[in-house]
Write a protein that binds this ligand. Sequence first.
Ligand SMILES: C[S@@+](CC[C@H](N)C(=O)[O-])C[C@H]1O[C@@H](n2cnc3c(N)ncnc32)[C@H](O)[C@@H]1O
Length: 258
Amino acid sequence: MNFSALGLWFSYFLRCKGPNRIHSPFIYDLYFHHILERRPYYAFVGLRKLRAQLLADERVLEGNDWGAGEFRTRKVSHIAARALQPEREAELLFRLVLFFRPKTIIELGSSLGLTTLYLHNARPSATLHTFEGHSGTAQFARRLFEQNGAAEIMLHEGPFAETLPELLFGGLKPDWVLLDGDHRYGPLLQYMNMLKPHLTENSVVVVDDIRWSSGMWKAWKQLCDDPFWELKLDIGKMGILIRRKAQTPQHFILRYPN
Ligand SMILES: C[S@@+](CC[C@H](N)C(=O)[O-])C[C@H]1O[C@@H](n2cnc3c(N)ncnc32)[C@H](O)[C@@H]1O
């Protein structure tokens, strides 16, 4: 973690609110019963085993990395330890999908596909599109979906800047999105601008790693200033943007304890 990220985390801990300071019934329910909840779901058992297998997998994946713009080799165990959402956050994403009950989910940044499987298990009836730029990783994720009874997940391989508009202009209307790919200011806003005209009235976008760098933080602040979103929830590592016409626009900085 760099110095500016440390400062951002420090100010988060000073400013975040506990549950007794929330008055909106919708946010209260979301926060109390879904974000803070730790109840294990049946699906978590298998997904935990799968994570352990990935962490022990010494195979090497190679391919063109569109995110970095170069050819790269990566060990599965290395990716599993560093790039995937940690278990706690993957379970939180599962609960967020359960709460919002989306019809069409988009994930930018499939990596090995483990978090994608959490999203799928939370709502198997939803159409799920996931995007990955590294070819070896994309192939691995596709196999993982097949081996885990989720071959219907659609993985789009290639740079987001090409694959995302291709899909959106085909008429897709996403209502739940996870942005967990390119963690840079410009590209993040670019993908959001591509998505916005296609999002439904009640859509939700989860932005990962908002305190990862000053660029990510700047992008998050800019997104929070956009009146397109009624609700903005900052839970530390992630930011959640919600469209909800009936709601007075509000911004919450919420404690998300370990
Ligand atoms: C942090 S990982 C995603 C982790 C995944 N959501 C999970 O929790 O299991 C980010 C992924 O996005 C891919 N990526 C980054 N920038 C990209 C871009 N511009 N186009 C396509 N893929 C990109 C990387 O190859 C990497 O696998």
